[in-house]
Each structure stands twice: as C-alpha cells, then as structure tokens.
Design a protein around this ligand. Structure first.
Ligand SMILES: *[C@@H]1O[C@H](CO)[C@@H](O)[C@H](O)[C@H]1NC(C)=O
Length: 416
C-alpha cells in the first residue's frame, strides 16, 4: 500500500464552516496509522506537485492562472477571490498544497499501474471532488481524482470512465443543491449510462443502506463495465458522527465496501481522501480502509438492518434509470409515475434549504458507536491440506500434521 500526505496550516477565514476542514484530519489519521502499526506495513512514496499540464487535464487555463496568483495576494484580495466561489477558503499556501494533493493522487496511480504496489490510499488536503472545471468549491481547489482519471487514460491507455456517486441530496434541498446530482442524470450521448448518481433523500443512512446500493447497483454495473483501475473518492462524511453528512455508516462498513471494490480491476485500487469531519469516525474509517487494502480479513458487520424505504426508493430509481444501459439491470422494474419519486422538488421561494455549516447550530443528537473490533492479521495466508504422498506444490511451505507452526517460519508467510 501507499501513503502520501501533505497539509496546509489553519486558514485565516473566520467562517465557521472552515473550522472543520482542519490539518488534524491528516495528522491524526497519520499518527493513528503509525501507532497501530498499519503505516509500517505500507510502502510510503513521496509526493510531488502536479504539473500545469496535469492540472489542465481537468481544469481550464483561466482558472489555473487565477489560482496561481493566490500565494501573492493580500489577505483582503484573498478574501475577495474566495467570495466568488462556494464554501472554499484560500490560504496563501493552498495553491502549493492543492498541487501536492493532485500530485499525490498521480503518484499513487503510477505506483499502482506500474505494479510497484497492489493498491493504496493517498491522505491529502485539500480534497477535490467538489471542484469544477473553472471553479473552486466545497473546500476543493483541484479535482484530484478527476485529474487522476484523465491521467490514467492518457498515460496508461485506460479506456472509458464509469462514474458512481452517492451523496446527501434530500430532494435537492441539501447543499450544493444541484439538479445534476439526481438519479435521472445518467450522462449524455456516448457517455449515457456512465454517470450513476445515487441521491440520499434522508439523513441517517446506515450500513444496510450503503451495502444494498453496493450490491444492487454499483457492483453489478462495475462487473459488467470491467474497469482497468478503480479510483475511490474516499469521503468519510458518510460516516457516523459527521457534522456535514449526518449519516450513520459505522467505520467498519468501509472495510467491507473497500474489500468489495478490491475484486475489480485485478485489485488495482487507489483511494484518495476527500471529506470526513468527525475526527473520531474519520480516523477509524481511514484505518479500516488501509487495513483492508493490506489484505487483512474484514470484521463481521455488526447487526445489519434491512435498507430503509427512502434508500430502497433511491436504489430502485437508479436501477430503473440505468436499465437501458446495463444488461445486469435489464429486468429492473419500470417505475410507475405514481411512485414517490426522488425527482427534484422545485424549491419554492423561501423554502428551507439545508445549508453547510448550519448543522452546528442545530444541536444534532450526539451519536455514539462502538470502536471497530480489533482485526488480527492471520500468520498464514492460505493453508492447503494434502495427502502425505503428494509433493508440496511450488510456492508452498510444507508442514507435517504433528508439527506446530514455527513462529519464525510463519512470520515469513505473512501478508507483506
Ligand atoms: C464526533 O463524534 C463524537 C461522538 O458522537 C462527538 O462527541 C464529537 O463531538 C464529534 N465531533 C465532531 C467534530 O462532530
């Protein structure tokens, strides 16, 4: 596995929303990976800055040139510059860090595509997934994963891109209120069917909701698509306790989601950190993800409930919207017009929207969840029981039945 990190100091803005995208998200994640011994089992590759040409794979020249000026701006000009975008805060150092964040994603793609490592996770700030071709947005400056996808296409001849996103939507009432995030936006022309949106129309989605959508939408389509590389925008604001997401996925479910994705693309998976603002659940989720990437067995899921009605509704809407494009969804139900749809509810004047940052004042109920169970790394990868008169196959170490496993020998057989 691969680990990269970069960070920038506290921002100067006084906006309360910027109190959550803090350097500790990286430092505490990294410290915990070190303390638990997980970092020791990873290959650490130094980061580099993404070049202009690489950033331009996903962004416009005007935008890049504008961001380039930010390190030289006065605080006042920076504030002014920031105000044209939504929920993003420019620090004089952010351009440098954004180049490192995108560069880290590219280093990870290189390491995985050349077979140097099997998979990996890049711990980066600022995150990327909200940033647009010509605009910063939602804490994001450059779209690290979008750049990585274009880079993989260009450098490694990866063919087409299938995009899957699940996100808090609440019938478009949740920030950033984009009509484009609904289930029926499936992509245009050659790209039709390659844009899969799963809108969550309620908060509080649980493990069963996440796993159901994985099993009934993402995995069947992904198997049919048959990718050469899996890029994960690893946003843990979907995890329990997060003040932005307000969802209830427990950190151990990310072990399962990661594990399920590792069956695709010959295991070539690059996870790049995005959101996740509750330090406790963020750090636990990052550790679960990294430990799974290292190949350790996943924990047994704690009491799984059946998906809730709202999640099932979203799930069926997505399956129905994509049935024309994927043979695995061919028999998905057509939704009768009377079905409670997740379609846009036109926001009337004065209608309440859920704004970022508002949650802090809302006195959201304190969520409590158990620490994920400790996962032990088994000493032997796989055992083969053979009759005495069969020769030991190549690549196997032979033990007689009576013999106890020598701890030193066993340690050689560990996952590395
Ligand atoms: C994270 O969750 C814990 C447990 O509910 C809570 O005590 C803590 O305040 C949360 N932190 C943030 C930043 O929301």
């Amino acid at each position: 596995s691969y680990l990269a990190k970069c960070c920038f100091p506290y921002l100067t803005s006084t906006d309360p929303a910027c109190k959550i995208e803090v350097p500790e998200r990286l430092t505490v994640s990294h410290e915990t990976l070190v303390r638990t011994g997980l970092a020791d089992r990873c290959v650490s590759v130094p980061v580099r800055e993404a070049t202009d040409a690489e950033i331009l794979l996903a962004h416009s020249e005007e935008y890049l040139e504008a961001v380039k000026k930010t390190p030289y701006m006065s605080l006042e000009d920076l504030m002014e510059f920031t105000r044209q975008y939504g929920d993003v805060y420019f620090h004089p150092n952010i351009y440098h860090c954004a180049k490192l964040a995108a560069g880290a994603a590219l280093q990870l793609v290189d390491s995985v595509m050349t077979g140097k490592v099997r998979n990996g996770m890049a711990l980066v700030r600022p995150p990327g997934h909200h940033s647009m071709r010509s605009a910063a947005n939602g804490f994001c400056v450059f779209n690290n994963v979008a750049i990585a996808a274009q880079y993989a296409k260009q450098k490694y001849g990866v063919q087409s891109v299938l995009y899957f996103s699940w996100h808090r939507y609440e019938h478009q009432k949740f920030w950033p209120h984009l009509r484009d995030s609904d289930y029926d936006i499936v992509g245009k022309e050659k790209g039709a069917g390659f844009n899969i949106n799963v809108p969550w129309n309620k908060v509080g989605m649980e493990n069963g909701d996440y796993l159901s959508v994985f099993c009934h939408v993402l995995l069947p389509v992904a198997y049919e698509f048959c990718p050469d590389l899996v890029l994960v925008c690893a946003g843990f604001d979907s995890a329990i306790g997060d003040p932005e997401g307000e969802m209830c996925a427990t950190p151990d479910v990310f072990a399962h989601l990661t594990h399920l994705l590792m069956n695709l693309a010959g295991g070539k998976l690059c996870a790049v950190l995005e959101g996740g603002y509750n330090l406790t659940s963020l750090v636990q989720s990052v550790c679960q993800t990294v430990q799974t990437l290292l190949g350790d067995p996943v924990p047994r899921p704690a009491s799984l409930k059946s998906p809730c009605i709202s999640a099932l509704e979203s799930l069926q809407c997505v399956r129905s919207a994509h049935k024309a494009y994927w043979s695995c969804l061919k028999h998905a139900a057509d939704l009768p017009a009377s079905t409670i749809s997740t379609r846009q509810i036109k926001l009337g004047e004065g209608e309440e929207t859920t704004e970022k940052g508002e949650e802090e004042e809302k006195d959201a109920e304190e969520k409590v969840w158990p620490e994920p169970p400790k996962r032990v790394t088994p000493p032997v990868c796989a055992a083969l029981v053979l009759p005495d008169d069969v020769a030991c196959p190549e690549g196997c170490e032979c033990f007689s039945f009576s013999e106890d496993l020598d701890p030193l020998l066993a340690s050689k057989l560990r996952y590395g």
